[in-house]
Design a protein around this ligand. Structure first.
Ligand code: UDP
Ligand code: MG
Length: 318
């Protein structure tokens, strides 16, 4: 059954030089006896990841190394891996050994046993994800309208069908977390224990915050809605206030209220709101501009053991 299907393991690599050798050794052991390939995409690492990858790929043709021309980010690197994977089933994992290769057979059998197209992994209680990871998951799980398991990891297995579906989305700002839920298909979740967590994430706080904001802008219209709501509330309050002032004038003949402070507060409050609202629109307009440019998601500098570079090569399919 599953054993004659070709497995493609997809690994984005960014400054992971210390873990690459053990990762490849453990992958080879875990996939022993199967037809497999490992697509490692070097996302412009600043350490000697590429040198290690070249050695590993030279030693074993099953290890395919693709070097991007600079750091494009985890998701464009995953796009590159998806574009070059040739297997029937895919396994996506991080390169830092937080995802243990020994779980792959279990993931693949969950894919078969449950008749699903996607198997997600959930990290165990004791290893709660970092705060920024949790914030990121919170943002997108609130939005895609599906109940996204709380401790979902990057580590997952899916069929070729899902791979092709993911590749059909041409957006420049691709984010595979929300997108995998957006494409649908039946999925199941299996719990896994995590490997040792490295001291440092290759994500800085700022980088992950940008990812969360990116999801917010790409998958929701929450920011403009929020400002529309605030604007509406302010118009209603202003209307109410003028009605009160008018009534006061008509009934007791009082003149309009004095007070420079209130005017200053109103003017600065309103101006602030307007600027925020315009800024929010600006974010969307910039996003539209970027999508219209339809730049390649990634550029390949070098590739080893890759027979033919995908004809799309990250370029637009529009
Ligand atoms: N990664 C990448 N490009 C980047 C940042 C990260 O390809 O600009 C890869 C990294 O090599 C790893 C995965 O994304 O395989 C997840 O990164 P990391 O383990 O640092 O994130 P965390 O586990 O802290 O969420
Ligand atoms: Mg990690």
């Amino acid at each position: 059954m599953s054993d004659n299907r070709r497995v493609s393991v997809l690994v984005p690599v960014y400054n992971n030089a210390p873990t690459l050798e053990p990762l490849c050794a453990r992958l080879a052991a875990a996939l022993e006896g199967r037809d497999y390939e490992v697509v490692l995409v070097n996302d412009g690492s600043r350490d000697d990841s590429w040198a290690r990858l070249s050695q590993l790929a030279a030693a074993n043709p099953r290890f395919k190394a693709i070097g991007l021309s600079r750091n494009f980010g985890q998701h464009p690197a995953i796009a590159a891996a998806l574009d070059h994977a040739t297997g029937d089933v895919m396994v996506l994992m991080d390169a830092d050994l937080e995802d243990e290769p020994e779980h792959i057979p279990a993931l693949l059998s969950a894919l078969d046993a449950n008749g699903v197209d996607i198997v997600y992994t959930e990290k165990d209680e004791a290893r709660a994800p970092r705060f920024t990871s949790r914030f990121y998951h919170y943002v997108f799980s609130r939005i895609v309208g599906v109940s996204v398991p709380r401790r979902l990891g990057t580590y997952r297995a899916f069929t070729r069908k899902v791979q092709q579906a993911l590749r059909a989305f041409p957006e420049r700002h691709v984010l595979y977390g929300p997108l995998m839920f957006f494409v649908g298909f039946r999925y199941t979740t299996v719990p896994v224990t995590g490997g040792a967590r490295p001291d440092r994430s290759s994500y800085s706080f700022g980088k992950r915050l940008r990812l969360a904001l990116n999801s917010l802008v790409t998958y929701t219209d929450l920011p403009p809605k929020l400002f529309a709501g605030i604007g509406l509330g302010m118009v209603a309050l202003a209307f109410l206030y003028s009605a009160i002032v008018l009534l006061q004038y008509l009934i007791v003949g009082q003149s309009l209220p004095q007070g420079l402070t209130m005017i200053v507060l109103l003017v600065s409050g309103m101006t602030g709101m307007l600027m925020l609202a315009i800024g929010t629109l600006g974010v969307y307009i910039f996003r539209i501009f970027q999508e219209v440019l339809a730049r390649p998601r990634y550029l390949v500098d070098d590739a080893i053991n890759v027979r033919a570079l995908s004809e799309t090569d990250g370029r637009s399919r529009r």
